[in-house]
Design a protein around this ligand. Structure first.
Ligand code: NAI
Length: 252
């Protein structure tokens, strides 16, 4: 049990990577708050964790809302006696170029992917600092490091995640808070099928193309979860401000 005495928030906890990570954190001993826009799906993941004999609650929230983030932090701290791990993972993608992107879509992508992480830091850092520290892990993307086609708002937002992670690590390291990003390549989740549909492409062909990398396959959500467990745990105690790439090779 690498995460005994940890109290964790996982946003986007009902989705592919979030669900796998919530389960992995709980299996290592953390109490987990599963946070998602889809409250019913979040509750289903929390129930799955409890049925396996571990500790979890569900909190419905829109991570782009400050009131919701405040409620997530307060609810989790009240339920578990504190918060010392956060996985800021909720994210959305719009597969459009600049010309095709409306200002509203741009703002929504930044609200969910970027403002959420700022809001979480604003409200959770004081809680973590008062208890002597913690670990924040943010989900970036390979495309936040190298860019990609037909996803202008997404690439910009994930680049912001990677650099905001470094800035947070610098500001809050002295308070014992480590902040790192995990940067997946293509991972087998609903997001990839959503991308195929946004681009008007066949999902199977799109997924097959995603396997074109040195390890010759897409990633599975549990493989991102393993990296997050390590970053959340004291095994990574001297790691902060880093951008960990988990992509089967080929990004950088
Ligand atoms: P997913 O679509 O399976 O899960 C995303 C979850 O976030 C969903 O459960 C959704 O309801 C939730 N969500 C969306 N907007 C929200 C909001 N405003 N407030 C709260 N929850 C919200 O996608 P997946 O693949 O698990 O993505 C997780 C993260 O990983 C995202 O940040 C994504 O950008 C990133 N990522 C995914 C890759 C992939 O290939 N699947 C590659 C690189 C990064």
């Amino acid at each position: 049990m690498r995460l005994e005495h940890k109290q964790a928030i996982v946003t986007g906890g009902a989705g592919g990577i979030g669900r796998a990570t919530a389960k992995a954190l709980a299996a290592e001993g953390a109490a987990v708050a599963v946070v998602d826009l889809n409250g019913e799906a979040a509750e289903a993941v929390a129930a799955e964790i409890r049925d396996a004999g571990f500790t979890a609650i569900a909190v419905q929230a829109d991570v782009s809302s400050e009131a919701d983030i405040e409620r997530v932090v307060e609810t989790t701290a009240a339920a578990f006696g504190g918060v010392n791990v956060v996985f800021n993972n909720a994210g959305i993608i719009r597969r459009t170029t600049a010309i095709e992107t409306s200002v509203e879509e741009w703002d929504r992508v930044f609200g969910v992917n970027v403002r959420s992480i700022f809001l979480m830091a604003k409200h959770v850092v004081p809680v973590m600092a008062a208890a002597g520290g913690g670990s924040i892990v943010n989900t970036g993307s390979g495309w936040g490091l190298k860019g990609g086609g037909q996803a202008i708002s997404y690439c910009a937002s994930k680049g912001a995640v990677v650099n905001m992670t470094r800035a947070l690590a610098i500001d809050h390291g002295p308070q014992g808070i480590r902040v790192n990003s995990v940067n997946p390549g293509d991972v087998n989740t609903g997001m990839l099928r959503d991308e195929a549909s946004q681009l008007g492409q066949d999902a199977d062909a799109f997924l097959a193309e995603a396997a074109d990398r040195p390890l010759r396959r897409m990633g599975e959500p549990r493989e991102i979860a393993s990296a997050v467990v390590w970053l959340a745990s004291d095994e990574s105690s001297y790691v902060t401000g880093s951008a960990l790439v988990v992509d089967g090779g080929g990004i950088a």
